[in-house]
Design a protein around this ligand. Structure first.
Ligand SMILES: Nc1ncnc2c1ncn2[C@@H]1O[C@H](COP(=O)(O)OP(=O)(O)O)[C@@H](O)[C@H]1O
Ligand SMILES: [Mg+2]
Length: 274
C-alpha cells in the first residue's frame, strides 16, 4: 500500500475539522478532494505534510506512520511531499529562477540562500524544470510580473525541485481564470502521468475533479462521504457531498474549465456554494 489514512482526526476545540478519515491508495494516482468550504479539505492536506498536527489516527506512507515523525525525519518527509497553494506563495520581487531554487531550501544553509549563491547544477535543474513546464522564457523576470497561471506553474516548478513523491495542491486553480486554470491542471496531470507522482488536490469545483482525477474523495463536515471514480459522482452524490438544497443548480456554470474544451453536460454551479 502506498498511502493509508486510518481514522485521521483533527479537533479544534469540540469541533472535529477532520473526523476519522480513512482511505487507502495502492499506487500513485491523481486524487481530488472535493467538498464545500469548511469541509476539512485543507486541514487534511496540512496534516499530511505536518503543517498541522493530527489529534488522532495514523497516516501510513509506504508503511511508515508519518504523523509520528519528529525532527529530521519529519523535515525529510516534508521534503517528500511538496505543497502548492491557491495564492502561489512565491517571493514576488525575486526572479522566477530564484523562486524555483527555493524548492531546495530544505537541504541548504540559509546564508548561501540569503545571498543568492546557488550551485550551478541546481540552477540548470531549475531551468530545465521551467523549460519542461513551458515557462523558461520567464526565468529572469520577477515572479510578480507573471500572470497567475504562470506564477502557479513557477510554484509547481519549485515543488518539482524537491523531487517529491507526493504533490499536495490546496485549491491550486481557485484564483485563476478558466484558461489558466486549465493550463495549471494540465500541468499537474502531466506531472502525474509522466513522473508517476501521487497528486492529491483539493478542488472546489466538481467539473474539474471529474475531468482530471482518477479518483475523487468527497468530504462533508470533516468526514469522507464519497470515495470513488469520477463517473460514480452522480448528481445525487454531488448533492450529498455539497449538502446542497434547492439552490443547487445544475445548469448554471461555475468558473468552469469545461467551457473551454469539451462541454460537459454536467457543469455545476458549485463554486457559488463555497
Ligand atoms: N486554525 C483553526 N482553528 C480553529 N478552527 C479551524 C482552524 N482551521 C480550520 N478550522 C475549522 O475546521 C473546519 C475545516 O476547515 P478547512 O480544513 O479549512 O476546510 P476546507 O479547506 O474544506 O474549506 C472549519 O470548520 C474551520 O473553521
Ligand atoms: Mg481549504
Amino acid at each position: 500500500m502506498l498511502l493509508e489514512a486510518r481514522q485521521v482526526t483533527r479537533m479544534f476545540g469540540q469541533k472535529a475539522a477532520v473526523d476519522q478519515v480513512s482511505f487507502a491508495v495502492e499506487k500513485p494516482a491523481f486524487i481530488g478532494i472535493i467538498g464545500r468550504s469548511g469541509a476539512g479539505k485543507s486541514t487534511f492536506l496540512r496534516m499530511m505534510n505536518r503543517l498541522t498536527e493530527a489529534t488522532s489516527g495514523e497516516l501510513l506512507f509506504e508503511g511508515r506512520n508519518i504523523l509520528s515523525l519528529q525532527g529530521k525525519s519529519m523535515r525529510d518527509w516534508q521534503g517528500q511531499c511538496a505543497m502548492i497553494f491557491q495564492q502561489f506563495n512565491l517571493v514576488p520581487r525575486a526572479d522566477v529562477v530564484s523562486n524555483v531554487l527555493h524548492g531546495t531550501l530544505a537541504r541548504r544553509g540559509t546564508l548561501s540562500t540569503m545571498f543568492g549563491f546557488w550551485p550551478d547544477d541546481d540552477t540548470l535543474k531549475a531551468l530545465a524544470i521551467l523549460d519542461r513546464l513551458g515557462i523558461a522564457e520567464q526565468a529572469a523576470k520577477r515572479a510578480e510580473a507573471l500572470s497567475g497561471g504562470q506564477q502557479q506553474r513557477v510554484a509547481i516548478a519549485r515543488a518539482l525541485m524537491q523531487d517529491p513523491k507526493i504533490i499536495l495542491a490546496d485549491e491550486p486553480i481557485a484564483s485563476l481564470d478558466p484558461m489558466n486554470a486549465q493550463l495549471v491542471m494540465d500541468t499537474l496531470r502531466r506531472i502525474h502521468d509522466e513522473d508517476r507522482r501521487l497528486v492529491i488536490a483539493n478542488l472546489h469545483t466538481l467539473d474539474t475533479a471529474r475531468r482530471y482525477c482518477d479518483r475523487v474523495i468527497g468530504m462533508r463536515d470533516g468526514r469522507v462521504v464519497f470515495d470513488g471514480s469520477p463517473d460514480q459522482l452522480t448528481t445525487g452524490v454531488a448533492r450529498d457531498i455539497y449538502g446542497a438544497d434547492a439552490s443547487f443548480n445544475e445548469s448554471a456554470t461555475s468558473t468552469s474549465i469545461e467551457g473551454l474544451g469539451r462541454q460537459g453536460d454536467d457543469a455545476y454551479a458549485l463554486a457559488m456554494l463555497n
